[in-house]
Write a protein that binds this ligand. Structure first.
Ligand SMILES: Cc1cc2nc3c(=O)[nH]c(=O)nc-3n(C[C@H](O)[C@H](O)[C@H](O)COP(=O)(O)O)c2cc1C
Length: 170
């Protein structure tokens, strides 16, 4: 699959079929996250694979009861493990950017594997840490449901290039 095909085809999937994710497909999604770049190549990352229905139920409670967390067969919890206070010379913290790149790579590989995903930011990170036994200094950047979608997803629009691109000046 061409990268552009995946970029155009991927969408946030919010409704999942009760169908398991094959282990080899899950492995490829995790591998895509492993390959993502990071500041200084530090790779301060840990991916938690949640497929226990009881644990998913608890995670859903910590995320505004979003049904997809329980519905999807797998939830990937992306964590930044260290140096979360480090700020790059550009003024931005590196950890959410590093984790977002992992998540983006994973979501695109999932699409290639015929799987749906949705980046989630609406959750209580401290409560999620309690559920999963995540150390205090570690940050939970996102939870990503992973599974087969039911094909009913509405496609979202994007701004045009003319609206978002500047040439030589803002
Ligand atoms: C940083 C971030 C946080 C998001 N948080 C949520 C969320 O908590 N719940 C949800 O249903 N969708 C969430 N989304 C999905 C967005 O709503 C979705 O990406 C956007 O509407 C564009 O739709 P598309 O991904 O299908 O193109 C999030 C996306 C991003 C990038």
């Amino acid at each position: 699959m061409e990268v552009m095909e995946a970029l155009k085809g991927r969408q946030s999937v919010k409704s999942y079929l009760p169908k398991a994710v094959e282990p080899e497909k899950l492995e490829k999604v995790l591998e895509a996250g492993r390959l993502a770049p990071s500041a200084f190549n530090h790779q301060y990352r840990r991916f938690i694979v949640v497929d226990d229905p009881a644990v998913k139920r608890l995670l859903r409670e910590k995320a505004g009861a979003q049904p997809m967390i329980e519905q999807a067969p797998v939830v990937l919890v992306l964590c930044a493990t260290a140096e979360t206070e480090f700020t790059m010379p550009c003024g931005e913290k590196n950890y959410p950017i590093d984790a977002a790149l992992c998540g983006a790579y994973m979501m695109l590989e999932a699409y290639e594997q015929g799987l749906g995903t949705c980046w989630l930011g609406a959750f209580d990170a401290e409560a999620v840490k309690d559920v999963l036994g995540i150390p205090a200094q570690t940050r939970v950047v996102t939870m990503i449901p992973l599974g087969y979608h039911d094909g009913t997803q509405e496609r979202k629009s994007r701004k045009t290039l003319a609206e978002i691109v500047g040439h030589n000046r803002y």
